[in-house]
Design a protein around this ligand. Sequence first.
Ligand SMILES: [Zn+2]
Length: 145
Amino acid sequence: MSTDAPFPIRTGGCLCGAVRYEVRGRLRHVINCHCGQCRRTHGAFGPYSNVAKSHLALVEEKGLAWYRSSPRAKRGFCNTCGSSLFWSAGDTDTISISAGTLDQPTGLRTIGNIFVDDKGDFYNLHDDLPGFPAGSKGALDGDTS
Ligand SMILES: [Zn+2]
């Protein structure tokens, strides 16, 4: 979705409002991650957009807590209502944002599925989007897995 047009400010937050954020840059379209970590933290897959870390501003962060989910990455969640909001790796300059926490309309669409080999056995994929057994290794825009 590359464009030279100015990006509208997008807003989002958790269920209770103890975490609110603004995005001031290009939001990537959504990639559904089916890995075992997303399965547990989201209850199924994790639908993630992402944005440059420098373009994410926390407007309210009193509820924000971080869980170190792997040596590479941590997950941001609200310690009041439990919403899963962010996935952030130490070795990239982008941060993934749970698309469901964006205020609607998001203007986004889903572009693919990753870590399909780890998906929950209780649902099937019925879309025609590109799918990858693990990370797409850059085949999907902005996917660093
Ligand atoms: Zn909350």
